[in-house]
Design a protein around this ligand. Structure first.
Ligand code: HEC
Ligand code: HEC
Ligand code: HEC
Ligand code: HEC
Ligand code: HEC
Ligand code: HEC
Ligand code: HEC
Ligand code: HEC
Ligand code: HEC
Length: 454
């Protein structure tokens, strides 16, 4: 009933000039806006213009039937601003987003615009008037803007590398600014990129974590420690005490971890492996090689923290001399060798502990004690960033000490077991003799007392 009345009413209006809104003709934009964070905004807040237009039914039909190449135009009226030019977009978005009283009810920060103007993007737009840089809509979308927590958002962590790649992997565009396109593929191949894309771990840094959401300038080598230190506290604390932290030209963490000479600081790789994996690899090695040499163990469990240094070596030579003449580099290799030896001691002990634990002995106390060794082992790699032999030696000693204690207790347990086996021998002999004696006695008593019936 109601719908018939409505249909009649709308027919009546349609017969005369119709009152239509922006969405009547721009259905797609209306739909996108309605499903976005801006669903409460009207079109006029960004485009200005009338709120309704009077238009005849036949004319409206023409507009509704238009296609992308029908070149129809429509007089939107005096106050209409149209499609904002790219260079005006930041200020347009800023009319609300930089207005504290406007954004207060939503508890949102209002520094996006001011930060944007300090970014590499903003500066090039303002100073050179070049609008090939990113403006708000390139990272957020136009009518379909979603919150960064929404997996469909262009700023959702898993989508950010693609959002940046739209320009930063575009060779022609990057050539114009003399920037490398490789940063994107290097990032994808890095430990962080793999963590993000292969494991969906949103704890991994994306482009915007290191470069800032709106202040997209390279972090600068002197502040990289702080950027990486957001997550790698120990390494950056230790690095800060090293001699390199005081060298102005040193590139901080990415001097060693950035992927080496031919890369662009984004190919950060996993070298260290978690202790569990080291133990697994050692056990695997023992299956094919019962008595491995130390070199074989080192190769199998930890194929080379030296890789990092070897790849970075050419960049070290800016300050250091050739390997033969410089004492620093062998010193670093020594540190790494000490760590490798300690790791080896650790996996051997872990393996023995497992082995003994599979028998009749209870090794719970030793397992508990061995947890300390794991703590020391985990602390070793960060400590190495101090480049301080003594600090590393201290940790290595602490680790060795725990391994020695565990090994000693295992020795004692095993010795105890052997002793018990040995003690059993006389007991068995006694038991056997005793049985024989009892049997003999029984035979004797039987022949004495039990007479066969006649
Ligand atoms: C009667 C239909 C109709 C109405 C109502 C209408 N438009 Fe349009 N609009 C058009 C047509 C036709 C074009 C040109 C071709 C196209 O973009 O499809 C256009 C173009 C535009 C453009 C692109 C201009 C450019 O510079 O490229 C914007 C932005 C726009 N309209 C926004 C609005 C807004 C906002 C409203 C409401 C205030 C509105 N329109 C109302 C039909 C309409
Ligand atoms: C938050 C601000 C904002 C709101 C609200 C908004 N627009 Fe837009 N609109 C823009 C911007 C910015 C552009 C320019 C996009 C570009 O340069 O690619 C644009 C472009 C357009 C265009 C040109 C074609 C296109 O899609 O790029 C049309 C048509 C349009 N808007 C219609 C609308 C209509 C209809 C509404 C209301 C339902 C609306 N807009 C609401 C910011 C807005
Ligand atoms: C007329 C005021 C206004 C304009 C103009 C405007 N916004 Fe907004 N925007 C808002 C309001 C209000 C919210 C909060 C909506 C909510 O949380 O319900 C918002 C939310 C957002 C959010 C989501 C934040 C989050 O994480 O939840 C983003 C991103 C955003 N706007 C980007 C833009 C961009 C880009 C432009 C320019 C194209 C723009 N806005 C123009 C008012 C505006
Ligand atoms: C280089 C890409 C990029 C540009 C350009 C950009 N943003 Fe963002 N913006 C982000 C990222 C990434 C986030 C964080 C994820 C999220 O919360 O959406 C963000 C977050 C936001 C938020 C949510 C609140 C906050 O600060 O975390 C608002 C609002 C916003 N941006 C508005 C803008 C406005 C307005 C502009 C233009 C002046 C702009 N953005 C330009 C990438 C960008
Ligand atoms: C619309 C294309 C576009 C998008 C999208 C874009 N950028 Fe840019 N970006 C550029 C251009 C062009 C430059 C060169 C301007 C300059 O010289 O600083 C640039 C410069 C930079 C710089 C500064 C380099 C320097 O040496 O000054 C960084 C860092 C950067 N972008 C990071 C990002 C990140 C992170 C994202 C994604 C969140 C992103 N960009 C998205 C086009 C874009
Ligand atoms: C783990 C942190 C980190 C991540 C993630 C990261 N970057 Fe960087 N980025 C850096 C560092 C460090 C530099 C070099 C600092 C310097 O040049 O002062 C840099 C430099 C850059 C430069 C300037 C390169 C040059 O040669 O001038 C661009 C452009 C850039 N990054 C874009 C990106 C993009 C796009 C992504 C995502 C695909 C990304 N970065 C991810 C840390 C990061
Ligand atoms: C002089 C070269 C060098 C510099 C500079 C350097 N590292 Fe390292 N880093 C290494 C080496 C070599 C390893 C591997 C150590 C190992 O496996 O025992 C390593 C290992 C790591 C690990 C893995 C450690 C673990 O516990 O598994 C992280 C994370 C790390 N570094 C972060 C950083 C950060 C953050 C910075 C800057 C504050 C930095 N590194 C600076 C050489 C360096
Ligand atoms: C947002 C947090 C975050 C930031 C910022 C960050 N990382 Fe990472 N990084 C991680 C996570 C998470 C892992 C994986 C650790 C793991 O699985 O044990 C990782 C792994 C690594 C590894 C490999 C560690 C290993 O055990 O082999 C290195 C090396 C590394 N990061 C260096 C850096 C450097 C250098 C920077 C700065 C340019 C940086 N990271 C910035 C979170 C971060
Ligand atoms: C910006 C210059 C600079 C760069 C680049 C640099 N170093 Fe150094 N490094 C120094 C200075 C200066 C010292 C302290 C003086 C000395 O012992 O020669 C030092 C000391 C060291 C030490 C400690 C020596 C000691 O006795 O305590 C090691 C190890 C070392 N560097 C390794 C490296 C490696 C590996 C690289 C490349 C990944 C590298 N350095 C890159 C400047 C640099």
């Amino acid at each position: 009933m109601v719908s018939i009345v409505m249909a009649c009413a709308s027919q009546r209006v349609m017969a005369q000039d119709d009152k239509v809104s922006c969405q009547t003709c721009h259905v797609a934009q209306g739909g996108e806006l309605g499903a976005s964070v801006h669903q409460e905004l009207s079109c006029q807040e960004c485009h200005s213009g009338e709120s309704t237009f009077s238009i005849s039914q036949s004319e409206l039909a023409k507009y509704l039937a238009r296609s992308a190449n029908s070149h129809l135009s429509f007089d939107h009226g005096q106050s209409f601003l149209g499609k904002p030019a790219r260079k005006d977009i930041p200020e347009r978005c800023g009319t609300c987003h930089a207005d504290v009283s406007r954004m207060n009810p939503y508890g949102m920060r209002t520094d996006q615009l001011s930060r944007y103007w300090t970014s590499g993007h903003g500066r090039v737009l303002k100073e050179k008037g070049n609008d090939h840089v990113a403006v708000c809509i390139d990272c957020h979308g136009v009518h379909d803007i979603k919150s960064g927590r929404d997996p469909h958002s262009k700023t959702y962590s898993l989508n950010i590398p693609d959002t940046c790649a739209a320009c930063h992997a575009n060779q022609a565009l990057m050539d114009e600014f003399d920037l490398p396109v490789e940063v994107v593929s290097e990032y994808r191949d890095s430990v962080h990129g793999k963590l993000l894309f292969e494991q969906g771990d949103t704890g991994a840094p994306t482009c915007a974590t290191c470069h800032g959401n709106h202040a997209a300038i390279p972090p600068g080598f002197s502040t990289i420690g702080a950027v990486c230190g957001q997550c790698h506290h120990h390494e950056s604390k230790m690095f800060a005490t090293s001699i390199h932290a005081q060298q102005e030209e040193h590139k901080g963490c990415v001097q060693c971890h950035g992927g080496g000479e031919d890369s662009h600081f984004h190919h950060i790789e996993r070298i260290t492996k978690p202790p569990g994996l080291l133990i697994q690899r050692y056990a695997h090695l023992l299956k094919t090689q019962p008595n491995p040499t130390p070199a074989q163990v080192a190769k199998a469990i930890h194929p080379g923290p030296k890789q990092i240094i070897m790849r970075a070596l050419p960049t070290c030579m800016d300050c250091h001399e050739e390997l033969e003449d410089d004492e620093s580099l062998p010193k670093l290799f020594n540190l790494l060798d000490e760590i490798a030896a300690a790791e080896q001691r650790y996996v051997e002990t872990a393996n023995r502990l497992d082995h003994v634990g599979q028998g009749v002995l209870l090794v719970e106390n030793q397992r508990f004690l061995f947890e300390d060794a794991k703590t020391h082992l985990i602390a070793l790699a960060p400590t190495q960033h101090t480049l301080d032999n003594e600090k590393v030696a201290e940790k290595v000693a602490a680790l060795n000490e725990v391994c020695a204690q565990v090994n000693q207790q295992l020795d004692e347990l095993e010795a105890g077991l052997t002793l018990r086996y040995k003690l059993l021998v006389p007991i068995w002999i006694f038991a056997v003799l005793f049985s024989i004696a009892i049997y003999a006695k029984y035979k004797q008593l039987k022949s004495q007392w039990v007479k066969p019936l006649k």
